[in-house]
Design a protein. Structure first.
Length: 405
């Protein structure tokens, strides 16, 4: 059972968080900075001038967010297809004219290894991101590919998202698939640092936005909603983290397509009317005679707002001195704010509880980082509030044993 008091007990948090998940999430900004250096050292510039016919990102488990992120970053900017692939075989069209990016934090994920080896056999250009001296690094070396070594002590594939994603985003910049400069990544690291400071374990529940969100998710049936390409990535990542780390199933949707689907839920029995009355508005409700209380529906709205541009983080880094930098193209992620506000208003009118997760930044990528950082911390606190180690699950261990068997 969820106990909010656990979240403000430092000894309890340290005892439950045996794998150091909170510490790993707090180091996300540092992950970005180290990964930028590792990518430069690995010779990512060798990709310059390469004009692949298509790009496939091979990733499984917690690393699939990297493929999702690259797809969002290249939408509207790349003139070639960018596709994720989590299990074999590779798409039939992949060949010598294409680029395959294989990502595995440990460098040992069997599905990703198989896809990287298949890409090498087909003669595709290979870029790999993972642990140094790993099987994935060996596959890349045999194929004369580029391997970017990442070392994230104590982290899992779920808590090392930014270490894995940073080299891939830099590769997209080199290939001119998306404008993701060193300056943007430096700003992204700062955003992650700021969120980590807000969500730190020593910050009390009533002022810590991640702990507040964890409590709200624990006491409801939540739907997390994002808008546009980047908002969709953040919403799906949040749902995955609340499920895999927080042990609570969460539905997700992306505006504008999911608007009707989400709003229709406001008519159902989980919306405030019946559920809220059963949950405590009626003092004569007896949970033993009338059945267990039903948790109410909650809308978690990931909102973004553009901040003034012109600072660090705008444009491509070509070290052009004082020359003006090109702006990132307008994205559907800068969605019609009126639709977001309308969904929130309809939810409130229907009595549905709403959690607003706001992010103000000049770039969609930075707003995504802010949303992901907060919901990652919230999912971790959700697990800790229930008395679980966020990094380990007995049932997942059983599943892995069954697969090996």
């Amino acid at each position: 059972m969820f106990d909010e008091a656990r979240l403000d007990d430092q000894d309890t948090l340290e005892r439950l968080d045996r794998s150091g998940t909170l510490r790993a999430l707090a180091g996300a900004g540092a992950q970005v900075r180290r990964a930028v250096h590792a990518a430069d050292e690995a010779g990512l510039s060798r990709l310059e001038g390469l004009e692949p016919r298509g790009v496939v990102v091979a990733a499984a488990g917690g690393s699939t967010a990297v493929a999702d992120l690259l797809d969002a970053a290249t939408r509207g900017a790349a003139a070639i297809p960018v596709q994720g692939c989590s299990s074999g075989p590779l798409p039939g069209w992949v060949g010598a004219l294409d680029l395959v990016v294989a990502v595995s934090q440990s460098g040992r994920a069997s599905g990703t290894l198989g896809l990287a080896a298949e890409a090498a056999r087909r003669g595709a250009t290979l870029l790999t991101v993972g642990a140094p001296d790993s099987p994935l690094a060996e596959v890349s070396a045999r194929a004369r590919g580029i391997h970017v070594p990442i070392t994230v002590p104590g982290a899992s594939s779920r808590t090392s998202m930014w270490a894995q994603a940073t080299p891939v985003l830099l590769a997209a910049d080199v290939l001119r698939l998306a404008p993701v400069s060193h300056a943007i990544l430096a700003s992204l690291a700062d955003v992650l640092d700021d969120r980590a400071q807000e969500a730190r374990p020593s910050s009390e529940s009533f002022v810590n936005p991640a702990k507040v969100l964890a409590v709200e998710v624990a006491e409801s049936v939540p739907i997390v909603l994002g808008s546009g390409w980047f908002g969709g990535v953040a919403a799906r990542r949040a749902a995955a983290m609340f499920g895999r780390t927080g042990r609570v199933p969460v539905a997700s949707g992306v505006l504008p397509d999911a608007a009707s689907q989400i709003v229709a839920c406001f008519d159902g029995t989980l919306a405030a009317g019946e559920a809220a009355g059963q949950a405590g508005d009626d003092i004569f409700i007896d949970p033993f005679l009338d059945g267990p209380m039903r948790a109410p529906l909650r809308l978690i709205m990931l909102r973004g707002a553009s901040a003034p541009t012109g600072g660090a983080g705008a444009g491509r880094s070509d070290e052009a001195g004082d020359e003006p930098q090109p702006q990132v193209p307008a994205s559907p992620d800068d969605l019609d704010r009126s639709l977001v506000d309308m969904i929130v208003s309809v939810a409130e009118d229907a009595g549905v509880r709403v959690s607003l997760v706001d992010a103000v930044a000049p770039e969609p990528l930075l707003r995504l980082a802010s949303h992901v950082a907060l919901t990652d911390f919230a999912a971790t606190y959700l697990a800790l509030g229930q008395g679980f180690d966020p990094a380990t699950s007995p049932h997942v261990r059983l599943l892995r044993k069954a697969r090996h068997a």
